[in-house]
Design a protein around this ligand. Structure first.
Ligand SMILES: NC(=O)c1ccc[n+]([C@@H]2O[C@H](COP(=O)([O-])OP(=O)(O)OC[C@H]3O[C@@H](n4cnc5c(N)ncnc54)[C@H](O)[C@@H]3O)[C@@H](O)[C@H]2O)c1
Length: 358
């Protein structure tokens, strides 16, 4: 029975995961080696919980209870006694391996979970005593509002531990879990990759970013086209995931990291956070396509803008079919994951089935 949770890393994800667990009544200890981050955590959480009260998502009492349920702790070993450890430290394999080696020794009875986005869970857990208690729980940002969690079976994860974490996610945290094998990108980052990479191949002087984004919104009824989405995620973050998947999956041609995106990253055009990416931003709002990015597009590669949506949709379908055929995840979970993570009206395999219908 999971009651006491330890969170490692109090950054974007760690703080959000701690808040989520506390909101659902778990007692949470949070460790971060950066004293300033740890010191700022109570204030940060208070602010986030107050905002949830204002939005009507929590009562004042619930927010106060959640606030009291979280204790920052200065040493990793202070997490001893936790039933479950959720790790959200930086995405660095050596760092995570070292952390779990220590956690394995300090918390001999705990289930150990990493929130890695792109690293191999089995490799992260390679030096843990009793690796059958280890797995991945991939939360999405922000954890408090995103319903999806990908539960990743590592090589040695025991069925009992998988089931306990499935129940914890579903009943304890009221999330929607999906079952996925330990492969690069899991479901969402893998299946969505062609949306970003293929879109850049389609872009040309006459079919630029806004035309492709508009085609996806209008024809696919998706909330965001690929270029506005990459600007939101951050071109650097998005590109680094493409590179990890490209290498991790044996360098498939379809995942070749786009030269266009690399050039934009090298020039500091990182998207919204830099005020410039595929688009320009003023006061947080899009102010049109970025002429410096447009100048990098090939002159000849133009096509009717509307044609880009079916190409992207079919690329998503093809990737989803591969994921299912490989046994990485089931079709239902692939559809659920993409819909919940991306707020898409249909999952890729539902699109496929709809196209097939007369
Ligand atoms: N940001 C996202 O959208 C997102 C989404 C899903 C998963 N993730 C994954 O979650 C993890 C954390 O990402 P983030 O965006 O919260 O990063 P972040 O940089 O915001 O936070 C990382 C925190 O870890 C702390 N830290 C550094 N060294 C540490 C150590 N040795 N032990 C414990 N903590 C340490 C840092 O002080 C920092 O507070 C990564 O593995 C990332 O891939 C991120």
């Amino acid at each position: 029975m999971i009651q006491r949770v330890g969170v490692v890393g109090a950054g974007t994800m760690g703080a959000g995961i701690a808040q989520l667990c506390a909101q659902f009544g778990f007692s949470v200890k949070v460790h971060d080696p950066a004293a300033a981050v740890l010191g700022a955590l109570p204030g940060r959480l208070k602010k986030a919980l107050a905002a949830a009260v204002l939005k009507g998502k929590l009562t004042t009492q619930q927010a106060e209870r959640a606030c009291h349920a979280i204790s920052p702790v200065p040493r990793l070993e202070d997490l001893t006694g936790a039933d479950l450890i959720l790790e959200a430290a930086p995405e660095d394999l050596a760092l995570k391996i070292g952390l779990f080696e220590r956690l394995g020794a300090a918390c001999p009875d705990a289930i150990l979970a990493t929130n890695t986005s792109s690293l191999s869970v089995s490799k992260i857990m390679s030096r843990v005593a009793l690796p059958e208690r280890c797995l991945g729980i991939h939360f999405f940002n922000p954890p408090v509002s995103m319903k999806l969690v990908e539960i990743i079976r590592a090589e040695k994860t025991s069925p009992d531990v998988f089931r306990a974490i499935w129940d914890f996610s579903l009943t304890g945290l009221r999330r929607t879990p999906v079952d996925v094998k330990d492969v690069p990108g899991f479901i969402v980052n893998r299946v969505m990759r062609p949306y970003y990479v293929t879109a850049q191949r389609l872009a040309g002087a006459r079919t630029a970013f806004s035309a492709i984004d508009a085609a996806c919104r209008d024809l696919g009824r998706v909330p965001m086209g690929p270029f506005e989405l990459m600007d939101l995620i951050g071109l650097d973050t998005n590109l680094s995931i493409t590179k990890v998947l490209f290498e991790g999956l044996g360098r498939p041609e379809r995942f070749t990291p786009p030269a266009l995106q690399q050039t934009l990253v090298d020039r500091g055009l990182l998207g919204r956070k830099a005020g410039r990416g595929f688009y320009l931003y003023k006061d947080g709002r899009s102010a049109g396509e970025n002429p410096d990015a447009l100048a990098l597009l090939p002159a000849g590669a133009s096509r009717a803008p509307g044609a880009s949506w079916p190409v992207l949709r079919d690329a998503l379908i093809a990737e989803a079919e591969l994921v299912v055929a490989e046994g990485t995840a089931g079709a239902g979970d692939v559809n659920t994951a993409v819909k919940l993570a991306m707020n898409f009206p249909k999952g890729p395999l539902e699109w496929r089935d709809a196209i097939k219908l007369p």
